[in-house]
Design a protein. Structure first.
Length: 255
């Protein structure tokens, strides 16, 4: 073999050894063409290796997206309430069986404030149908232009902004939220206890407790509800539902 031929073979051998030795160390460079060094070509990788890099990148990106979604769902579950009602609103036992968190909140409020579970449940049913993020309807002018909500009432108990702030200051529960069942029932216990103290309404009297809850302590004392036949009718329905829930809870031994 001529000296020229030997020299050519030697150069090709050195180049091949360099390629085989270095390709594994630089695969990550070729996965992103923008990071390729000028003296390395994608040709050093087989198409199988390059496609594998692309698939791995896509899998990692999908994994990050799934992890982020899982985190958001976990935060939502920890921070807020249920945004849909229980399946059977006419069965107290079904409600607390489906959502044990509700039962714990009702029991805690009854122990702290003395408001019976069935009175709490009947009031929440009337106010929000057990929907944690319930709001009042929008107001419209000329039938089409939105002008804000009917009131600032929000959450399970439809507490107004000002009354909710009074509750947080009075109880020291600065982080309480109206869309959390444990905070909403505690608010209800606090408010109904004040109705007993200011208006003399027994905590077991679902009808009059609801009237004071709706009209406010001063409004109830003035008798503003007496001229509102629709409200009197609603309060009677609340009382009837409280009685229904009371009987059901006694039968399923949640009392």
């Amino acid at each position: 073999m001529s000296n020229l031929g030997a020299e050519i073979l030697q150069k090709q051998s050195v180049r091949l050894r360099f390629t085989v030795r270095q390709v594994d160390n630089f695969k990550h460079i070729f996965c992103n063409p923008r990071e390729m060094l000028p003296h390395f070509k994608r040709d050093f990788l087989s198409w199988r290796d390059w496609l594998s890099c692309q698939k791995n990148q896509k899998a990692e990106a999908m994994s990050r997206i799934i992890s982020a979604l899982a985190l958001l769902l976990a935060l939502a579950a920890c921070g807020g309430g249920y945004n849909s009602p229980p399946r059977d609103l006419d069965n107290a036992c079904s409600i607390v069986t489906e959502r044990p968190k509700y039962l714990r909140a009702f029991q805690d409020t009854e122990r702290r404030w003395g408001v019976p579970i069935h009175v709490q449940m009947a009031t929440i049913h009337q106010e929000s149908r057990f929907i944690g993020n319930a709001r009042t309807p929008q107001k419209y002018t000329l039938g089409v232009i939105p002008m804000g909500r009917v009131s600032s009432a929000y959450g399970y108990g439809q507490a107004l902004d000002g009354t909710w702030e009074d509750y947080k200051k009075d109880t020291g529960r600065r982080r309480a939220r109206r869309d959390k069942i444990e905070d909403a029932t505690d608010f209800m216990g606090w408010y109904m206890t004040r109705s007993f103290q200011r208006n003399g309404i027994p905590l077991t009297d679902a009808r009059n407790q609801y009237l004071a809850y709706h009209e406010g302590h001063a409004g109830y004392a003035r008798g503003t509800w007496k001229s509102k036949a629709w409200l009197v009718d609603v309060s009677q329905r609340v009382a009837a539902r409280a009685q229904l829930y009371q009987g059901q809870l006694a039968r399923c031994r949640y009392r």
